[in-house]
Design a protein around this ligand. Structure first.
Ligand SMILES: [Zn+2]
Length: 419
């Protein structure tokens, strides 16, 4: 984790789509037309510029200064300035990445390959770049937060979420990735070296702070977890009054582990009956909670009769421990009932964490890298044969992306100059 706080100038970069390079070079010679083009583009996005705090943004913008990117064949980059607050914005044409020599078409290929699970080393073979250059590119994308980017896509802050930690390794040490998902969008992907409630509170707190910064009255109503104590504690600390539910699918998966020393047919039969119990409980809307309590008691009795007293008692204690979390899921129809979508997100990130191995050391930029990967997860469209073919996660959740081109969207949405 990067602990050093670097004092950098405010990032006020604006990625602007000039359609083609020739147009850009033509506009360089005409200050008025250049500014008009930039302003028209910003207007088309519906974004505001990040002026200084004291400025209402009502002033004029002028061309301020320019510099030449030598390593990119001498491309001239213009800066524009607000005449009121003197904030300076760097206008990056779409064919240039911030601080990078890499061309966006190269970045597009290697990011797509990274997202698909190819190792950083092999992604770097696709084009003649170093794996480190790719790692730094992903980190650079990750410097813009997930909440900022997702709300720029007009997604409302999530009221019901799934939260869980992915277990991973940094060299030989165990590490944890606290994650918040709503539908197909990742809202938080953090990094901790401990599984304590305090460590998770700090990580999930980064999401909470970013969200409250966007919307001061924001609060989470419901969260689904797999019932881990540190997770529950940290979420209750951050979101007082939140309803914490426990994933119903995990309940089904866990049952066989509670039944020991019985024959396979008996275990299978009990699992089927347990499945039916949940199915019925979810069908009966109004009386769901009451019905569940009764059914769980009957089921534990049934286990005692068919699989012996010890198994019956173990199942009864397990129900006692988890039932409040299950009730919570059934009591609120808007609560997600299973954590499947979170598991999918974790599986996707898992492949990339393996790819990260060569760079995984305690001094790495883990948080920025993970956030960058989460941006790819949210903004790269699903492949042609997928259920939501051609749409990205943000669009599936009802958000809007600035253009039809995911790479351009990534550049625009992670630009620091927009508000
Ligand atoms: Zn201003």
């Amino acid at each position: 984790m990067q602990n050093t706080t670097r004092q950098t100038r405010e990032n006020r970069t604006l990625t602007v789509d000039f359609q083609n390079e020739a147009t850009y070079f033509q506009l360089l010679g005409d200050g008025k037309a250049f500014l008009e083009c930039v302003l028209a583009f910003i207007l088309s996005l519906g974004f505001q510029l990040k002026h200084k705090a004291t400025c209402d943004g009502g002033g004029c913008l002028t061309r301020h200064s320019h510099y030449v990117r030598v390593r990119l064949g001498g491309v001239t980059i213009w800066r524009i300035q607000c005449t009121t607050c003197r904030a300076v914005f760097t206008v990056l044409p779409h064919f240039i990445l911030r601080y990078r020599q890499m061309r966006p078409e190269v970045a597009r290929d290697v990011l797509l390959a990274t997202h698909g699970g190819l190792s950083l080393e092999l992604c770097a073979v696709i084009h003649h770049i170093s794996p480190m250059a790719l790692y730094r590119l992903v980190c650079a994308l990750g410097h813009q937060g997930l909440v900022t980017v997702l709300t720029r896509c007009e997604l409302p802050l999530p009221v019901y979420v799934l939260a869980d930690e992915k277990h991973s390794r940094c060299l030989t040490d165990k590490v944890y990735l606290p994650t918040i998902v709503s539908g197909r969008a990742i809202w938080h992907l953090g990094y901790t070296t401990e599984a304590s409630a305090a460590a998770f509170t700090q990580s999930y707190g980064a999401f909470q702070r970013a969200a409250v910064h966007q919307e001061p009255s924001y609060r989470v109503k419901g969260v689904l977890t797999d019932g881990f104590d540190s997770t529950t504690k940290s979420l209750r600390t951050l979101f007082p009054g939140v309803r914490v539910g426990i994933c119903l699918r995990h309940a089904l998966l866990k049952l066989p582990k509670k039944l020991v020393a019985i024959t396979s047919p008996v275990r299978k039969a009990l699992r089927t009956q347990f499945h039916t119990l949940w199915y019925r409980a979810r069908q009966r809307k109004g009386l769901r909670v009451f019905a569940l309590g009764q059914r769980l008691r009957h089921f534990a009795d049934h286990v005692a009769t068919t699989a012996g007293g010890a198994n019956g008692e173990r199942v009864r204690r397990w129900f006692q421990d988890k039932k409040a979390g299950w009730y919570t899921v059934l009591a609120d129809p808007q609560m997600p009932a299973t954590s499947t979508l979170l598991d999918q997100a974790h599986n996707t990130i898992e492949r990339k964490l393996f790819a990260m191995k060569g760079f995984h050391h305690p001094g790495g930029s883990q948080e920025a890298f993970l956030t960058g990967l989460a941006h790819l997860y949210n903004l790269i469209p699903y492949q042609r044969r997928a259920q939501h073919a051609g749409q990205c996660g943000v669009e599936v959740e009802g958000g809007h992306v600035p253009t039809q081109d995911w790479m351009l969207n990534l550049q625009i949405l992670t630009s620091g100059g927009f508000r």
